[in-house]
Ligand binder design. Sequence first.
Ligand code: UDP
Length: 246
Amino acid sequence: MQKDRRSVNVMDIDFVNKTQYQFLVEDIFPGLQRKEKKFIVTANPEIVMKAQEDGAFKKVIQEADYTVPDGIGIILAAKLLKTPLEERIAGSDLTMDLLDYADEHGLSCYFLGAKEEVSQKVVKNIQLDYPNIHIAGRHNGYFDIDDRKLAEEVAATAPDIILVAAGCPKQENWIATYKDLFDHGLFMGVGGMFDILAGEVKRAPEIWIKLNLEWFYRLLQQPRVRIKRTLKLFEFIWIIIKNRKK
Ligand code: UDP
């Protein structure tokens, strides 16, 4: 079942079928203004494949408020299924737009994730680049998912935006487990984005992104970490093609 008409289903996951601009202006910014509680999953083929293998994780994604197509693999799959999506909505782009919005409106953000020194650098850089953002708090991503006390501490800071960069599925599972502790907030798992915000890892140059080759750029940057994930991308496309023929 589709969540609404503005979604496209790929392997049992409903993806937001809007441009990034529409998604922000129609859904996310009004939700922040109204202090709603919302959970965005930025799903790439690797996450969709993980959901196929892990039913509990699939439920976490299906119960999120929004799943956006992060990665050209999802766009390609939707096209192959003859239900094309408006456009790719990358978690990295969403993060930057959310930070801009938070800065313009003086919102508070909690930064949960990444290695301790990366976490410290993220906050330092945010304070410099987004002076109007109120830093609700930060914590590194090497916590135990069962650590309820940490979640209660984060909730007590009442952040407007909670970015969780602890890798998939840990970040999404943490959000799904603990978001009930919060009164409001926009939650999003942002993967390796804190490494980028801290200046440790470079995002692909614009031209690579435009050519839909960001995955290839990442593979070249971190071949050993990325090779397994890149193979998942091809496995995902292969499954889509195989099932389409049936
Ligand atoms: N990470 C973390 N806690 C963990 C495992 C990973 O905070 O238990 C962090 C890690 O330091 C890095 C990020 O999660 O900053 C990596 O996320 P991932 O590789 O999933 O990012 P993606 O490549 O999917 O954007």
